[in-house]
Design a binder for this molecule. Structure first.
Ligand code: ADP
Ligand code: MG
Length: 215
C-alpha cells in the first residue's frame, strides 16, 4: 500500500489516500472525545467495533437501495470508501428526546417524538456545531433545497449525494428497550460522556445486536 498517504486525522478516524484517487481508506480509532473534544479518552476495541457496526449497517442500507460510500473492510478496523466532498452539515434524526434538544427546549428526556424531528447542525468545531434553520442553511449556501430533501451527506465524483462517514454508538443514541433505568439503558457514547462505566461492553452488545439483523 505504498500510495497510502494520511490525508486527515479526525477525532475518531484517520483517512488515507489509496492508489485509486476515488477510494479512501478509513482507519477507525479507539480514541473517544465528547463535548467538542473537551473530554478525551479511549474505549478499548472501539475502532474495530464501530467499523463492524458501520459496515453492517451500510450493507443493510445498500440492500434497501440507499447509496453509501461503503466498499469493503480490508481489516477489522479499516473501511475502504468512495471519496466524497463532505457537506458541512450534521443531520440529526430524533425519535426520542435527549441531549441538546432537552437542554434547549425543556422537553423531558425520553419523550417519544412522532413524527421524528430532522435537524441540521453546522459541522464547525470552532462555532460549536450550532443548530441551523432551513433559512440559514440556504443563506450560507451549505446545500441546495433539493439536497436538503434527500438527507444525505457527501457528493461523489458524479455529483451524486451519497451517505458517508459512520453509523455507530459514537454517532447515535441507543437505549436498551428492555431496560427502564435511565442510566442502565444507555448503550452509546453517553456512557463515556457521563462516566457511566461499562462502555466497551455496551459497544460490544450493540455490535452483537446489529449483526443479528440480516442484510
Ligand atoms: P471528525 O473529528 O471531523 O468528526 P472523524 O474522526 O470522524 O472526524 O474522521 C472522519 C472524517 O472523514 C470526517 O471529517 C468525515 O467528514 C470525513 N469523511 C467520512 N467519509 C468520507 C468520505 N467517503 N470521503 C471523504 N471524507 C469522508
Ligand atoms: Mg466524526
Amino acid at each position: 500500500m505504498s500510495a497510502d498517504r494520511k490525508l486527515y486525522e479526525g477525532k475518531a478516524k484517520i483517512l488515507y489516500s489509496t492508489e485509486d484517487s476515488e477510494i479512501l481508506l478509513t482507519h477507525f480509532k479507539d480514541d473517544a472525545t465528547a463535548f467538542n473534544a473537551q473530554k478525551r479518552g479511549s474505549i478499548a476495541g472501539k475502532g474495530e467495533i464501530n467499523c463492524a457496526i458501520s459496515a453492517h449497517l451500510f450493507r443493510m442500507l445498500e440492500a434497501k437501495g440507499i447509496p453509501t460510500h461503503f466498499i469493503d473492510t480490508p481489516a477489522p478496523n479499516q473501511m475502504r470508501v468512495c471519496r466524497v466532498g463532505i457537506l458541512p452539515l450534521e443531520v440529526v434524526v430524533r425519535n426520542i428526546a435527549a441531549g441538546s434538544l432537552c437542554k434547549q427546549t425543556g422537553i423531558a428526556l425520553g419523550t417519544i417524538i412522532n413524527p421524528p424531528l430532522v435537524e441540521f447542525y453546522y459541522k464547525n468545531d470552532d462555532l460549536g456545531d450550532p443548530l441551523l434553520t432551513r433559512g440559514r442553511l440556504q443563506l450560507m449556501q451549505l446545500a441546495t433545497p433539493e439536497q436538503v430533501k434527500q438527507l444525505e451527506f457527501g457528493i461523489d465524483q458524479h455529483q451524486n449525494l451519497i451517505l458517508a462517514d459512520e453509523i455507530s454508538p459514537d454517532t447515535c443514541r441507543l437505549w436498551d428497550n428492555a431496560e427502564t433505568d435511565p442510566d442502565a439503558r444507555v448503550m452509546d457514547k453517553d456512557r463515556f460522556r457521563r462516566d457511566l462505566g461499562s462502555v466497551e461492553s455496551a459497544y460490544q452488545q450493540v455490535l452483537q445486536r446489529v449483526l443479528a439483523q440480516k442484510v
